[in-house]
Write a protein that binds this ligand. Structure first.
Ligand SMILES: *Cc1c(COP(=O)(O)O)cnc(C)c1O
Length: 220
């Protein structure tokens, strides 16, 4: 527990330094603490310390721990950072405040419908497969602008930004640069990029949120 908090504080400090090094305003990068595989007892010290933004990659796993935590702390922001199936869209809209993995028409339509049915607005990001990896979710860079346009114009969705997970063995810098360029072209201004191993690089390329798990909670 004490270790988790110490690691969290050190990540916050490294983020602040990277933001300063990049000549960006203090507080311009949000730390999303990624809690997948960790249960409520591991998460509570961070909440007690005042942290409020968390990420999970599976709807079902998140349903097992977050409804209770959010009931006690309604100001928590929960972000879905893993692939979403359309049969889970209702549950995802009910539980998450941000969904970062919109990447196909079917999901965009399902989310649009659920937000209307539940009278609830969830902030949305389009996931981009910058490395064009066959096994990885996300729209291809070539389709990104059209897809954002489709979500906005056809479905009336508000797309807040773009998200990506670069290939594990690549130098991440060019992927972050590509995501930033696509966001500029698509007319969205938030960038969710950077994880435990590369969040400082991502901040240099303009990340507005970084998703950090193992560097805070330990290995999974
Ligand atoms: C697990 C996960 C993270 C956090 O990864 P770490 O390397 O543990 O920081 C970030 N983004 C996504 C999409 C993830 O699934």
């Amino acid at each position: 527990m004490a270790d988790t908090l110490a690691r969290f504080n050190s990540i916050e400090q490294r983020i602040a330094e990277a933001v300063g090094d990049a000549g960006r305003p203090a507080g311009s990068v949000t730390l999303v603490a990624v809690t997948k595989t960790f249960d409520a007892s591991a998460i509570k010290p961070l909440i007690a310390a005042g942290h409020r933004v968390f990420g999970e990659n599976r709807v079902q796993e998140a349903q097992g721990k977050w409804p209770m935590l959010k009931q006690v702390h309604p100001d928590i922001t929960l972000r879905l950072i893993g692939p979403l199936q359309s049969n889970k869209a209702a549950d995802a809209v009910a539980l998450f405040d941000v969904i970062e993995t919109v990447d196909r028409e079917k999901i965009a339509r399902a989310l649009s419908k659920q937000m209307a049915l539940q009278n609830r607005t969830v902030r949305l990001y389009v996931q981009v497969n910058t490395g064009q990896e066959p096994q990885k979710a996300g729209v291809s860079p070539a389709d990104c602008i059209d897809f954002v346009q489709f979500c906005t114009a056809e479905l009336g969705l508000s797309i807040e930004g773009l998200m990506s997970v670069p290939p594990i063995d690549d130098n991440p810098g060019p992927h972050f640069a590509l995501l930033r360029k696509l966001a500029e072209k698509a007319g969205v201004d938030r960038l969710s990029m950077g994880m435990s191993s590369d969040f400082e690089t991502a901040i240099g390329f303009g990340a507005t949120s970084v998703r950090v798990g193992s560097a805070i909670f330990g290995t999974r």
